[in-house]
Write a protein that binds this ligand. Structure first.
Ligand code: GAP
Length: 514
């Protein structure tokens, strides 16, 4: 059995080998935490974005989309709180000279305690078999309870010190837990300092007239500043949402774990504008709706969990993450935040413009409250890609690498393979492609033995292979091979479109989240 670290290395190398993800500017040795998407990656990313967009905008009458600019007036970031509060607590190790996020060092320590709990659970599960009651075991087993209390106490104290800006206590916690530099093993730490994550740039030609700008660290603010434009021109009635996908930039210090934490990344965010006082019910609504979206992709309900925030961001009155089981453990995939009227209220204050909604039912104007769902597209990509990559042992002992991407997201839906490069078979294959390409992304492959071509398509994640052989010339049938079951059925060319549609069409997948 391959360990998690080696598996994660395999994920990264597979992503490169099959044209999904490359290191940015690789010929110059790359740029840390910046990545490029290759020919397959761009398609998978586009499909995830489309799946999110359709579920949000197309399926909900009261949600519309926008595409705001990355550059925004600099006061935006003063009003949003990012200039003053978008900081990470950093700590340097004096011996290795390595810089870390102090909170991440503590969280990694807690993750090790959680791993111990999981180990105890797995052991007990093995021992008790069918009769095992996980919930009971976790709440009654003395060792597990002790681990759990320990982890909770550490996280509580971290949250409290961060909340109170007590950076000296964060350092004290690191020292008390005897956390060592992962690189050097040294426990010789500097004080903890705050570091703003926004990238600055300038707009304008000359130094004295140039205006200081920031690259947006979240797409949400583009929605807030356009709240009234959309509400008025779209005649939107509360509750309604505005959705947006686009790039965001953060000068992450702990930039690691491949595309999990990047400096340039893409977000898919939706701000839902509601009547003040209704935020609790909408918070529950969107938690459920977003989990349903994830589960519709069939990546295993055991791989998701909610995590309530102990330390709330400067704008929130309630917040949680949907965490996913990545190859390095459960981590945040998506955030659901009850943002109150913090953003609109502050934009009113800083701009001097009213950002209020006249509620005809209440016959009064108010600043709406906001419920936000925010997911990283790249992080979703990593969740899908790592969950899909599997090494299988087949009957007879052979192994195959298969990328079991949800069919709806796969970059190429069908590969058409002539059995031989002669006898008119390539020509028939091309005719099939010319017909199917109006509905699906299709590729052609004639190189190597057909078995090797199947393996290549399995590893690239292609759900179907169509093989054209001599019988095709006789009776207009082909074999259709299914990636996951490897089953092959013989069907008429005329039925290909409808058979494949049933499995890959977004419509059929979206129906699961109605
Ligand atoms: N508008 C709210 C907001 O930006 P966030 O929790 O900071 O909230 C939301 O970010 C999501 O964006 C995260 O759940 C994650 O999926 C993604 N994300 C944040 N920082 C990221 C980074 N450096 N690299 C990749 N994805 C990131």
């Amino acid at each position: 059995m391959i360990n998690q670290e080696d598996f994660f290395k395999k994920v990264i190398s597979h992503a490169k080998e099959y044209g999904y993800i490359f290191q940015s500017s690789e010929i110059y040795d790359g740029l840390s935490a910046v990545y490029d998407y290759g020919q397959n990656g761009v398609e998978l990313k586009k499909n995830i974005r489309e799946y999110w967009w359709k579920a949000m905008v197309q399926m909900n009458e009261n949600i519309v989309g926008i595409d705001a600019a990355i550059f925004m007036h600099p006061t935006t970031w003063k009003a949003s709180g990012h200039v003053d509060a978008f900081n990470d607590p950093l700590i340097d190790n004096k011996d290795s000279k390595k810089r870390y996020r102090a909170d991440v060092l503590v969280e990694d320590y807690v993750a090790k305690i959680e791993a111990k709990i999981e180990k105890e659970v797995a052991k007990a599960e093995k021992r008790f078999g069918e009769a095992f009651d996980k919930e009971q075991f976790i709440t009654t087993n003395a060792r597990v309870v002790e681990y759990k209390n320990q982890a909770d106490a550490i996280l509580k104290r971290l949250a409290k010190s961060l909340e109170n800006e007590d950076l000296a206590d964060v350092k004290a916690l690191i020292e008390e837990l005897e956390i060592a530099c992962p690189e050097s093993g040294s426990k010789n730490w500097t004080d903890v300092k705050q570091f703003n994550l926004m990238f600055g740039t300038k707009l304008g030609a000359t130094a004295d007239t140039a205006m200081d700008l920031y690259l947006r660290p979240e797409t949400a603010q583009g929605i807030f500043v356009n709240f009234l434009n959309v509400q008025k021109t779209g005649r939107m009635k509360i509750p309604f949402g505005i959705a947006q996908t686009g790039k965001a930039f953060r000068n992450e210090i702990v930039a690691r774990q491949f595309i999990f934490r990047m400096r340039e990344f893409e977000q898919m965010e939706m701000q839902f504008f509601i009547k003040p006082g209704t935020q609790k019910e909408w918070y529950e609504h969107w938690k459920e709706a977003r989990l349903k979206w994830h589960l519709s992709l069939g990546m295993g309900s055991e791989n998701y969990r909610f995590h309530d925030h102990e330390k709330l961001a400067h704008y929130a009155d309630a917040a949680c993450d949907i965490e996913f089981r990545f190859p390095f453990g459960f981590k945040e995939l998506e955030g659901i935040h009850s943002r109150t009227d913090f953003d609109l209220g502050n934009h009113e204050k800083y701009s001097g413009k009213k950002l209020q909604y006249f509620d005809p039912e209440e016959n009064k104007s108010y600043v709406p409250y906001v419920l936000e769902t925010s997911i990283g597209l790249d992080r979703m990509f990593l969740a899908v890609f790592s969950n899909s990559l599997q090494e299988e042992t087949l009957e007879g002992g052979d192994t195959r690498t298969v990328l079991r991407l949800p069919f709806v997201l796969a970059p190429t839906k069908v590969a058409v393979l002539p059995l031989l490069k002669k006898d008119g078979l390539p020509e028939i294959a091309r005719e099939i492609i010319d017909e199917l390409k109006f509905d699906f992304s299709v590729s052609y492959d004639e190189k190597d033995a057909v078995g090797r071509r199947y393996r290549r398509q399995d590893a690239a994640g292609t759900p179907f292979c169509i093989t054209v052989d001599h019988q095709t010339k006789e009776d207009q049938t082909v074999t259709l091979r299914h990636r996951d079951t490897m089953e092959q059925v013989r069907i008429p060319i005329s039925e290909l479109r409808s058979v494949i549609s049933k499995e890959v069409d977004m419509r059929n997948w979206l129906q699961k989240i109605k």
